[in-house]
Design a protein around this ligand. Structure first.
Ligand SMILES: Nc1nc2c(c(=O)[nH]1)N[C@H]1C(S)=C(S)[C@@H](COP(=O)(O)OP(=O)(O)OC[C@H]3O[C@@H](n4cnc5c(=O)[nH]c(N)nc54)[C@H](O)[C@@H]3O)O[C@H]1N2
Ligand SMILES: Nc1nc2c(c(=O)[nH]1)N[C@H]1C(S)=C(S)[C@@H](COP(=O)(O)OP(=O)(O)OC[C@H]3O[C@@H](n4cnc5c(=O)[nH]c(N)nc54)[C@H](O)[C@@H]3O)O[C@H]1N2
Ligand code: SF4
Ligand SMILES: [Mo]
Length: 910
């Protein structure tokens, strides 16, 4: 067995991993004990990375370039030469006829810095348009704009080690326990080491993060500015501001001081739906703790006033001098593994390399000189939402999408689908071939991914880590940077700039690209001229800045109180309370909030391959307060139709004690490939912040009604591992086949259950279950041979049950008309119970599970497979949490479920 050190490809914590591999296959993964982000730990997602790269998953990969010449036909496999020549011809023709602004590239914060760098150079340098934007626009652009506005540069001033130095942590708009689990483990450690440390959490929901807090402020969505302004009001009133710091290191305080006079705690209490006392307490903790650090994420960024959400919070740090010291400062948590790297190379439509500004002629000239071109365009390009609007209006004709899935993740999905359908030429550069966006690709280019790629990423704390390849590329997949470089040279030929393109893109290794990027940072705030690949490999990850001659990076910025603004002073920003793009109304009376689940990653193209990662929350569910459910006559598990001005979805409702009345929440992960319709993002508005252009993905006004429709259907198929551990049938291949049925139903969901012998589960409901559809489905599930299946049919009641028994176990089941026993049956299949146990049920008119038997409920501990029902039973029987953990080991490995275990233990005492 061999081992290769690399970095986790999921969140911005940026944990180091050790990939174990043998004979060209990834066989295991563990935390890198030497990596400063995680010191050997991994969360549920990181610790199952090897399963997402198992041989069975190859079927989900894009393996060969494929081209569609006729929009009504399928794509056909082509050579890389044909693929890239075609792309170059099409792009060059469109540029020649309509100008460079008629093409665009939409990338992602999951690309490596080297990939990003060449994309940026291709678009802004060779093509000559600034139409290069990325999904960071949906993610970090308000944080970027907030830092620049308040502090002068896009640089998170803190480090993870500040968690241990902090006396008060102010977590706002971040469900750290789910979204940055290993950072949350460090918070738990710090509080254990220093029990006096205070944790304040600001979130409309009582998340696991909030549950752990000393003080939770469940504010109404979109009211952070009012809260922070009121906290500043209290700080001024109580004399808790740091006058010396304000005087010496900031400007603009007087205007802000005047503005916050109106934000009395009583006024903010009304706006925010909070207790006045809680606002005062939060202000006191923030201002008077010896060191206060805030940690924040999409609950601030994803609003149409996201930039000011950020700046209003930073105002508090400036007013109290809680910055530039150990354990103090505004720490924006990065979402994606390399959104930071993307920002460093200037990978947004309004940025240039190495934190240079497009609006600044000197900066443009510097970049042009570095790239050896006459100039770079001055006009900002189109940001994500504008780009897809441009595609829809025909202003943009061709788009190149890499490493992101906009047909699932952008707001107002109906418009995104329309735009992609209308585009003249869509290139999708993807590692996995089954995403919603791939369906629109005229040209699909297979990319390598985690475990195969080589380069660098930067995490939340400015630490640059090496990403390294453990195995070679599958099929004909190529590295993202290599695809771009090859395309750029061919495009150069078609544009009549062959020499220039060859000069601009001479790279043969990611290191050669990185070295050029490094040079671009010389004398900039993020100067990394003192680093090299070999240093990163030998000495481990390093934080920027790290200029030539330095012997270490900077753990903390602004310790000298000097900021990268013209005056050297940080700026107070005047921020006023604003209302969300949509307010609840008679027609759409409920707030809809969206966010992440613990075990899924975005559109699930990778996490969705691993059965156990569904077990915490298996299908899309609308979380709702008990009162709102009662009013609508709803019980958990009922189907509801959720409607906004833009569209609707049908999904299950789940009673949740985490929400206040009037509020609902839906996980962001489900798109049209895993549920009926176009996914949850049809509901969300594309209204965006004027400074950052980040859309308001955290809020919509919706109505929720009980969904009364037709006939229910559940179809399930178990896969068995053979001697080599390979699964038969391949569950992912089956999922791909079943996917085509999803559009036939208003409600549908497609998931995996179980672990080593996973079960594919399709649940649906529609007006009619057409016989042809049932026959086709039965063929997919191997339920079509009457000599092999058990079958029960009650035509009068329209109930049908069919099952395939293989050996002694239940291999496939289809229930139609009545599906109340589905979860119980799924559990029986997952657990491999003998088919004899369910035969009597199957062959009788019974519709409910047999008395005393029920489904196991959601799995809380993924590492040791411990479900909610097991835990509840243990607590009912008087077992303590310690005893339960000793017996089942739940929560003792990755620790991701510990907050939930504690909550369940606490709840059992009432
Ligand atoms: N498991 C998992 N982890 C991930 C990801 C994933 O897909 N899955 N994605 C990664 C990425 S790209 C990102 S950007 C991060 C996102 O990380 P987070 O931002 O922490 O995650 P979210 O769940 O999107 O939203 C955080 C919280 O904001 C709250 N919120 C909503 N409105 C408001 C408001 O008005 N004010 C305040 N104060 N809070 C509000 C929501 O209730 C939610 O609990 O996660 C990263 N980590
Ligand atoms: N309602 C709602 N919507 C949201 C959010 C929300 O909170 N609420 N959050 C927003 C945020 S913060 C984000 S970051 C976005 C995320 O949205 P997306 O960027 O669409 O998310 P992913 O599913 O991670 O897309 C990454 C794609 O890249 C592919 N891929 C993986 N590795 C590689 C590789 O090495 N090379 C290439 N070429 N492809 C690869 C994956 O298969 C996947 O399809 O969603 C946004 N949308
Ligand atoms: S916290 Fe989890 S998902 Fe994030 S980098 Fe670490 S292991 Fe990966
Ligand atoms: Mo993100």
């Amino acid at each position: 067995m061999a081992e290769t050190k690399s970095t986790c490809c999921y969140c911005g914590v940026g944990c180091g991993v050790v990939i174990e591999h043998e004979a060209g296959r990834i066989t295991g993964v563990r935390g890198d004990p030497d990596h400063p982000a995680n010191f050997g730990r991994l969360c549920t997602k990181g610790s199952t990375l090897h399963l997402s790269a198992a041989p069975d998953t190859l079927i989900a990969r894009a393996l060969y370039p494929a081209l569609r010449t006729d929009r009504n036909a399928g794509r056909e496999r082509v050579s890389w030469d044909t693929a890239l020549d075609t792309a170059a011809e099409r792009f060059a023709a469109i540029i020649a006829e309509h100008g460079p602004d008629a093409v665009a590239v939409y990338g992602a914060g999951q690309l490596l810095t080297e990939d990003y760098y060449v994309f940026n150079k291709l678009v802004k340098g060779l093509i000559g348009t600034n139409n290069l934007d990325t999904n960071s626009r949906l993610c970090m652009s308000s944080a970027v704009a907030g830092y620049k506005l308040s502090l002068g540069a896009d640089a998170p001033p803190c480090s993870y080690e500040d968690i241990a130095h902090s006396h008060a942590l102010f977590i706002t708009g971040s469900n750290t326990a789910f979204a940055h689990p290993i950072a949350f483990r460090r918070i738990e450690d710090a509080r254990k080491a220093r029990p006096g440390m205070k944790l304040v959490v600001v979130d409309p929901r009582r998340t696991d993060t909030a549950e752990a807090a000393d003080l939770h402020l469940p504010l109404l969505p979109g009211t952070d500015i009012a809260l922070y302004n009121a906290m500043l009001h209290v700080m001024l009133w109580e004399g808790w501001v740091n006058r010396d710091y304000i005087e010496a290191h900031t400007e603009g305080f007087d205007a802000v001081k005047k503005a916050v006079r109106e934000y009395t705690p009583a006024m903010a209490a009304t706006l925010c739906g909070l207790e006045k006392k809680a606002i005062e307490q939060a202000a006191e903790i923030f201002a008077t703790a010896p060191a206060t650090m805030s940690m924040y994420c999409q609950g601030l960024n994803q609003y149409s006033f996201g930039t000011h959400n950020n700046s209003a919070l930073i105002n508090l740090h400036l007013a109290t001098g809680q910055i530039g010291r150990p354990g103090a400062g505004p720490f924006s948590l990065t979402g994606q593994p390399n959104a930071m790297g993307g920002r460093e190379v200037g990978g947004l439509a309004n940025l240039l390399s190495a934190h240079r500004d497009m609006a600044n002629p000197e900066h443009r000239a510097e970049v042009a000189a570095l790239w050896g071109v006459d100039d770079v365009p001055a006009q900002p390009g189109k940001s994500a939402v504008e780009m897809f609007n441009g595609l829809r209006s025909g202003e943009i004709k061709a788009i190149w999408i890499a490493c992101t899935n906009p047909a699932q993740s952008m707001p107002d999905q109906a418009l995104i689908h329309e735009a992609l359908a209308k585009a003249e030429f869509v290139v999708v550069q993807e590692a996995f071939g089954h995403t919603e966006t791939c369906a629109y690709a005229d040209l699909l280019l297979p990319a390598t991914t985690w475990g195969e790629k080589d380069g660098t990423v930067t995490n939340s704390e400015r630490a640059i880590s090496r990403v390294r390849a453990a195995v070679s590329a599958p099929g004909e997949a190529r590295h993202d940077w290599a695809i771009v470089v090859d395309f750029a040279r061919r495009l150069g030929i078609h544009m009549g700039k062959a020499d220039l393109a060859a000069r601009m893109f001479p790279y043969t290794t990611p290191e050669s690209i990185w070295n050029e990027h490094r040079e671009s940072t010389r004398s900039r705030d993020l100067d990394i001229t003192g680093l090299s690949y070999s240093l990163l490999e030998n000495a481990g990850p390093q934080q920027w800045p790290f200029p030539e001659g330095a012997d270490a990076g900077k753990v903390r910025l602004y310790e000298d109180g000097v900021f990268p603004t013209p005056s050297g002073k940080a700026r107070f920003v005047l921020t006023e309370h604003r209302i969300t793009a949509e307010s609840p109304s008679a027609r759409y009376p409920l707030h809809l909030n969206t966010g992440r689940l613990r075990d899924q990653w975005h559109g699930m193209s990778r996490t969705g391959l691993v059965a156990r990662l569904y077990s915490h929350e298996p299908e899309p569910m609308l979380h709702m307060h008990k009162d709102d459910m009662e009013r609508r006559g709803l019980a958990s598990g009922d189907l509801v139709q959720v409607k906004s001005k833009r569209g609707d979805v049908v999904l299950k409702v789940l009673e949740s004690a985490t929400l206040r009345p009037g509020q609902t929440f839906v996980p962001m992960h489900w798109g049209g490939n895993t549920m009926g319709g176009q996914g949850v993002n049809v509901l969300l508005p594309s209204a965006f912040d004027p400074y950052s252009k980040q859309p308001e993905l955290k809020h919509a006004a919706v109505q929720v009604e009980k969904y009364k429709a037709g006939k229910a259907l559940v179809a399930m198929r178990r896969s068995e591992p053979d001697a080599n551990g390979e699964l038969h049938p391949n569950p992912l291949e089956l999922m791909d086949r079943l996917r085509r049925w999803l559009p036939h139903f208003p409600y549908a969901s497609l998931t995996l259950a179980g672990r080593n012998a996973p079960v594919v589960v399709l649940k649906a409901q529609g007006d009619e279950l057409a016989p042809q559809l049932m026959e086709a489905l039965d063929r997919d599930l191997a339920l079509d041979d009457p000599t092999k299946v058990l079958s029960y049919q009650d035509t009068r009641r329209d109930v049908a049950k069919r099952a395939l028994v293989e050996g002694d176990s239940l291999a496939a089941v289809r229930l139609a008309g009545e599906t109340r026993a589905a979860d119980w049956l799924a559990d029986m299949m997952v657990q491999g119970h003998s088919a004899a146990a369910v035969r009597p049920w199957l062959l009788a008119p019974l519709t409910q599970p047999p008395a005393g038997q029920s489904a196991r409920g959601k799995v809380i501990c993924n590492c040791f497979d411990v479900a909610e029902e097991d835990i509840a039973t243990a607590f009912r029987n008087g077992e303590t949490l310690d005893a339960l953990q000793a017996r089942t080991r739940c929560g003792t490995n990755c620790g991701s479920c510990v907050p939930e275990l504690k909550r369940l233990a606490q709840a059992s005492k009432h």
